[in-house]
Design a protein around this ligand. Structure first.
Ligand code: M3P
Ligand code: FE
Length: 311
């Protein structure tokens, strides 16, 4: 499958309550690679097997949550094209200058109908994964330090107007619906949750209908295997990390998962498995009565925190 247009989740800027505690947590426990601090004091990380300079950015603030999510597009012509298409749809867009984020080019910023700041960019410095491009070994020291996810995989965002988000992502940004969860029959089965892909993955971003705009449910970090998810749970235990759900398997997307909280109360997911949908596949639907199995397949438990706790 050729990937043009929107290529991949590129970065997510998260608000944290204490920068030093969070820096230590994301570096030593989560095992991200620290790549810099900018003049605003934001701390930049990447996952070990990512090649771009940064993917997870921490900003100190007095409340937790997400500032913005950015996706990398294939080139500058694609960026210009998306700007025209978004404007034609009546969306206000802004350009943030190159260098506003470390090692990152110009960003096209707009607000989603769900209230999230979302951006597209074409350029970010390739710093590599430290293993080189000629005869590389399969992993190095960064792959063993802490939980050590391989990439920022997706995020799940909560907010209103999920149907408008779906239209924007599928009609303008080139995403497709891979799975969805329906609301109760009595309410006419509206889509409560949508899982959208711009690639071969089950989801590059997901949304849940929620009255408050701009909320973060979780940042998902990809692990190479179920065994690595179990290793992540050992590391969480060793470091007294507060676990929300898991280790278990989602029915939705078949991901093997743990949801846990960072020191500021932001939920993150360590996630493996799933399947690789082709673009011509029909979406999978979860009915409301099976929502519990969608979330936690073995127990079928609709954990209250899933619907109630967001930052
Ligand atoms: C994920 C995922 C639900 C499942 C959520 C799934 C809401 O977070 O990464 O697949 O049932
Ligand atoms: Fe997830």
């Amino acid at each position: 499958m050729a990937i043009t247009g929107v290529m991949r989740p590129g970065h997510i800027q998260i608000r944290v309550l204490d920068l030093e505690i969070s820096r230590k947590f994301y570096r030593d426990v989560v095992g991200l690679v620290e790549t810099g601090t900018d003049p605003q004091g934001r701390v930049y990380f990447k996952c070990w097997d990512e090649r771009d300079h940064n993917s997870v950015i921490l900003r100190q603030a007095d409340r937790a949550g997400v500032d913005f999510v950015g996706f990398r597009v294939s080139d500058r012509a694609a960026l210009d094209g998306f700007e025209r298409a978004l404007k034609a749809r009546g969306l206000a867009t802004d350009r943030l200058p190159a260098g506003e984020m470390l090692e990152t080019g110009e960003r096209l910023r707009f607000t989603l109908p769900s209230g999230h700041d979302f951006e597209l960019y074409a350029d970010k410095t390739h710093v590599g994964n430290g293993l080189g491009l000629v005869n590389p070994p399969p992993w190095g020291a960064d792959a063993e330090r802490g939980i050590a996810p391989i990439r920022f995989d997706h995020c799940l965002l909560y907010g209103p107007n999920v149907q408008e988000n779906k239209a924007l992502f599928t009609e303008v940004l080139g995403f497709r619906l891979v799975e969805r969860i329906l609301g109760p029959k009595e309410a006419g089965e509206p889509e409560l949750a949508i899982f959208l892909s711009c690639s071969h993955k089950t989801h590059d971003i997901a949304f849940v209908e929620h009255p408050e705009p701009g909320k973060l449910h979780h940042v998902s970090l990809r692990m190479a295997s179920w065994e690595k998810v179990q290793r992540a749970s050992d590391i969480m235990g060793m470091n007294k990390v507060s676990i929300d759900i898991g280790p278990t398997r989602h029915g939705t997307t078949r991901g093997e998962t743990i949801y846990a909280w960072d020191p500021s109360g932001n939920r993150f997911e360590t996630f493996a498995g799933g399947y690789e949908p082709y673009p011509d596949w029909e979406p999978i639907t979860w009915t409301f009565d099976e929502f519990g199995h969608g979330l936690d397949f073995p127990t079928g438990k609709l954990h209250e925190s899933f619907l109630g706790v967001v930052t």
